[in-house]
Every structure is written in structure tokens, then in C-alpha cells.
Design a protein around this ligand. Structure first.
Ligand SMILES: Cc1cc2nc3c(=O)[nH]c(=O)nc-3n(C[C@H](O)[C@H](O)[C@H](O)COP(=O)(O)OP(=O)(O)OC[C@H]3O[C@@H](n4cnc5c(N)ncnc54)[C@H](O)[C@@H]3O)c2cc1C
Length: 330
């Protein structure tokens, strides 16, 4: 094992995602501390075009897995690829974003390498010459610092790590794998996209979430949810939801924030009509600034809020939209 770091850079339609570049930034800094190199690995259809550009985001070397085998996502194929390349570069740490794909293939890659995996990490450091990862546990109540017995396999929470700015001239190298599509245990045949252009709460820089206080969108809450969407549109935010709302079938599960939903760490999190149950807090207390709107001044959400507005969502949400529209106009 050397001091190198392998970073799987998540791509969407061939382009590196923001979460992928953040993971690369984290890998770049870790490799520097270890005294090794940061290897970026990209896979999928059309990833060649932007591969050389990863030298501007912290990569010392770039590896490209294109071709039929990686044309469609396969947890088996990606896991084998990552484990193979980790061994090839003698990686001391292997990183990927904690996106749905990263969460899916990284434990499998780690198992192939007979290593453990630290998931949803919020910090990386080097102690005693070894890479260590910090991850929230017990719904964010404590932080665990972990190291691997072999290489440190870790998925990184989006929006926590900064991107790097470098000017490394790199020549992407194609990766050869000893397996083809026919060898894979499962292959994704089709991906049906959700609403086109909709921001994912886990990656958005601003999240505006609604709770049961907004009431049923098919009934008396219709205007409240339309107002929330307008506020989100004004702020360029993703819309999130509490579990009560998702369980009621008012919003899609992909929007749920919390222990059994997504963990978010945006620059701004607005919680409207959400009480602040511990399971909801587990998913959003990593936000930089939290604004809570609730008509109950004793609601637990106010304990974690930087700004609390005691009032009715029917009045406060449209007033915020009007105020932000005015400010952002200039
Ligand atoms: C194992 C487990 C996992 C869970 N995972 C999650 C999870 O991932 N995410 C999650 O969110 N929850 C989760 N929960 C559920 C959680 O415990 C709460 O039940 C849920 O978060 C409550 O959602 P809420 O805040 O929208 O609703 P409520 O608790 O009903 O709160 C509604 C709030 O709206 C306010 N309100 C009402 N009307 C208005 C108005 N007109 N204007 C302003 N404010 C108003 C009320 O004062 C109240 O504070 C989980 C629970 C369990 C047991």
C-alpha cells in the first residue's frame, strides 16, 4: 500500500457532478497530507470528454473506464472496477460521494478488497500516518473516527467538502478490466428520470422543506405547497419534506429529509411547518444556516434554528418569497 488516494468521481450524463468534484477535493487534500497522489476514476458513457479537466479540481492522474461494460450502471461492475483500481494504485484511501450510486457500490468494492467501509463521512484526516474518517453516528448525536485495517474505504457526504482548485496537466488513461457485461451479476437496463431538472435535496445548496403544518396539498394545504414551491423557485432551492408528509403521500420519498430519508448539508435550510423531531434533525443539522417557521414557539425545531419565525406558514412563506425576490432582483 502506498500513500495514494483513489477517488471515484460521480458523473451524470458524462459530466462530473458537484458531489463528485467535492469528493475529489477531499481526496486531493488527503493525498497531500499523506504525501501521495490523488487518482480520479470516472466511469460511464461519455466521461472521456471532461476527464482531462479533472486536473483543475485536484486530480494528479485520471483513469477512465468507458466502453460497453460501463455503458449502464452496474453495482457489481463499479464495485469490481473500484477494487481493481484501488489495488492497482496501491491506495491508502478510496473515496466516493455518498450519493445513491456511491452508497450502493462502495461497500461491495470494500468487501472485494476485504476492507470495511466508513459511510457518509463528514471529515478526513491523517493521524499517526494513517488516513482516518469522521462520521456522524446515533442520528448525528456523536462523531466516530474510524480507520481501516487495510485501505480506508469511505463515502463522503455531499456539500461538506470543498472543491479543490489546481492546475495539474493530466493525460487520462483508459482502464482495462478483465470482465465484460456478460460477467456482471446484474445490469441496469433502464433508468427512468424523475421530473427533469428537479434539484436533489442531498446536493442542493439551498433546501426549503415542508412539514405536516402545511396541510394536505390535495385539500386545504394546496396554496401552502404552491407558496413553498414559489419560495424554492425564488431561492433556487430544492424542496424537501418531513416523513409525516411523505407517509401521507403528499410528497415523494426522494424529498424526505431525516434519519430514514436523505441527509442534507446545504448553505441554507428552511423548515416550514416542521416540528423538529429528532429523526428529522438527524438529516439536517449539518446545514450551515437553519431558518424555522412554526406557529408554536415551543416547537423543538427552534432549538437548532439560527433564525426562528413564530408565525403561520400561510403568511410567512409568501412574505419571505416577496422579500427574497426584491433582494435578489438587484
Ligand atoms: C424510526 C423512525 C424514523 C423516522 N425518520 C424520519 C425522517 O427521516 N424524517 C422525518 O422528518 N421524520 C422521521 N420520523 C418521524 C418523526 O418522528 C416525526 O413524526 C416527523 O418528523 C413529524 O413530521 P412534521 O414535523 O412534518 O409533523 P408534526 O410533528 O405534526 O409537526 C407539524 C408542525 O407544524 C406546525 N404547524 C402546524 N400548522 C402550522 C401553520 N399553519 N404554520 C406554521 N406551523 C404550523 C406545528 O406547530 C408542528 O410543530 C421517523 C420516525 C421514526 C420512528
Amino acid at each position: 500500500m502506498s500513500n495514494n488516494v483513489l477517488v471515484f468521481v460521480d458523473c451524470n450524463e458524462g459530466k462530473p457532478t458537484r458531489a463528485g468534484l467535492q469528493a475529489l477535493g477531499a481526496g486531493h487534500r488527503l493525498a497531500k497530507q499523506l504525501g501521495g497522489k490523488a487518482f480520479a476514476l470516472v466511469a460511464g458513457k461519455g466521461v472521456e470528454a471532461d476527464a482531462a479537466g479533472l486536473g483543475n479540481f485536484g486530480a494528479d492522474a485520471v483513469q477512465v473506464a468507458a466502453g460497453e461494460t460501463f455503458g449502464a450502471y452496474s453495482q457489481d461492475g463499479y464495485a469490481r472496477l473500484v477494487a481493481q483500481q484501488a489495488q492497482a494504485v496501491g491506495a491508502a484511501a478510496v473515496l466516493a460521494s455518498a450519493t445513491p450510486a456511491g452508497r450502493d457500490f462502495m461497500p461491495r468494492a470494500a468487501a472485494i478488497a476485504k476492507c470495511g467501509v466508513a459511510s457518509d463521512c463528514t471529515d478526513l484526516k491523517v493521524e499517526g500516518g494513517k488516513a482516518r474518517a469522521v462520521r456522524p453516528v446515533f442520528a448525528g448525536k456523536a462523531l466516530a473516527t474510524v480507520e481501516g485495517t487495510g485501505a480506508l474505504y469511505a463515502t463522503l457526504r455531499p456539500n461538506v467538502f470543498a472543491q479543490a482548485q489546481t492546475a495539474n496537466a493530466v493525460t487520462p488513461e483508459p482502464v482495462k478490466v478483465p470482465f465484460g457485461v456478460g460477467d456482471l451479476k446484474a445490469v441496469v437496463k433502464e433508468i427512468v428520470a424523475g421530473v427533469k431538472g428537479k434539484l436533489d435535496v442531498a446536493e442542493a445548496e439551498v433546501v426549503v422543506s415542508g412539514g405536516r403544518g402545511l396541510k394536505d396539498p390535495a385539500g386545504e394545504g394546496k396554496a401552502n405547497w404552491e407558496n413553498l414551491e414559489k419560495l424554492a423557485g425564488t431561492l433556487g432551492a430544492a424542496v424537501g419534506a418531513s416523513r409525516a408528509v411523505v407517509d401521507a403521500g403528499w410528497r415523494a420519498h426522494g424529498e424526505q429529509v431525516g434519519q430514514t430519508g436523505k441527509t442534507v448539508s446545504p448553505k441554507l435550510y428552511v423548515a416550514a411547518g416542521i416540528s423538529g423531531a429528532i429523526q428529522h434533525l438527524a438529516g439536517m443539522t449539518g446545514s450551515k444556516v437553519i431558518v424555522a417557521i412554526n406557529k408554536d414557539d415551543q416547537a423543538p425545531i427552534f432549538k437548532v434554528a439560527d433564525y426562528g419565525i413564530v408565525g403561520n406558514v400561510e403568511d410567512v412563506v409568501p412574505a419571505l418569497t416577496a422579500a427574497f425576490s426584491e433582494i435578489l432582483k438587484g
